[in-house]
Design a protein around this ligand. Structure first.
Ligand code: 6PG
Ligand code: NI
Length: 205
């Protein structure tokens, strides 16, 4: 018998609907609008304009009923809408898990990227349906929609990991991800990539 006796939730099955981007039975849903992303976009004036122009939903996170409690293994589906503000592709806030633990993402639909930063190095994993992105302990992570459709992925993470958003506001993510345009290419002296994104350093802000 396990030494772990408390049961916040019983053994169960969770229905995962990839087309709808839902989990059922469902737990809490979080909606992040543009106004929730203050201080994250490089172009503050463009961010203010987007907030004034209807404050669009940038992403939502639907969770299962497994709680964020130590030794539990919660899951959630994040759906990021397509878009760019000041040329910077729509993204999640990004966070560090203060109690350093690993995490996985599984691409469900659309095209996205997983940006990871350990305070010194930045890594990029392109995410398409079926890709598993692995975040080792201590790597802050942010997701970006790099396509023209909504980008959805399933996250599975240790319930006791915690979420530190201030870390990313303080340290950044090493790189920013812009839509590849002739303007961006010229401004950055960069030849662009075949994925349609441009990377620029936070240090260039
Ligand atoms: C997590 C996951 C993931 C993440 C969402 C929204 O640790 O819970 O990384 O579910 O929270 O994709 O991203 P932000 O938490 O950075 O807003
Ligand atoms: Ni996380």
């Amino acid at each position: 018998m396990s030494e772990y006796s408390p049961l916040p939730v019983p053994p169960m099955s969770i229905r995962f609907d990839p087309a709808a981007g839902t989990l059922s039975p469902e737990g809490p849903t979080l909606t992040r609008r543009m106004s929730d992303l203050e201080g994250l976009f490089r172009d503050r004036a463009a961010w203010e304009q987007a907030v004034a122009d209807g404050d669009p939903v940038v992403y939502s996170v639907v969770s299962s009923q497994v709680p964020e409690v130590d030794r539990e293994l919660p899951q959630s589906i994040t759906t990021i809408q397509p878009g760019a503000t000041g040329g910077e592709l729509w993204m999640t806030k990004g966070h560090q898990h203060p109690n350093h633990q690993g995490e996985i993402y599984l691409g469900i639909s659309g095209r996205g990227g997983l940006l990871m930063f350990d305070g010194a190095e930045t890594r990029w994993v392109e995410m398409t349906p079926g890709t598993i992105g692995y975040m080792p302990p201590g790597w802050a992570h942010r997701s970006i929609n790099i396509g023209s459709e909504p980008y959805s992925f399933l996250a599975v993470y240790p319930g006791g990991a915690g979420h530190d958003y201030g870390w990313v506001l303080e340290h950044g993510m090493g790189l920013r991800v812009l839509a590849a345009t002739d303007d961006n290419t010229a401004a950055n002296g960069n030849t662009g990539t075949d994925t349609g994104v441009e990377f620029v350093a936070y240090s260039g802000d």
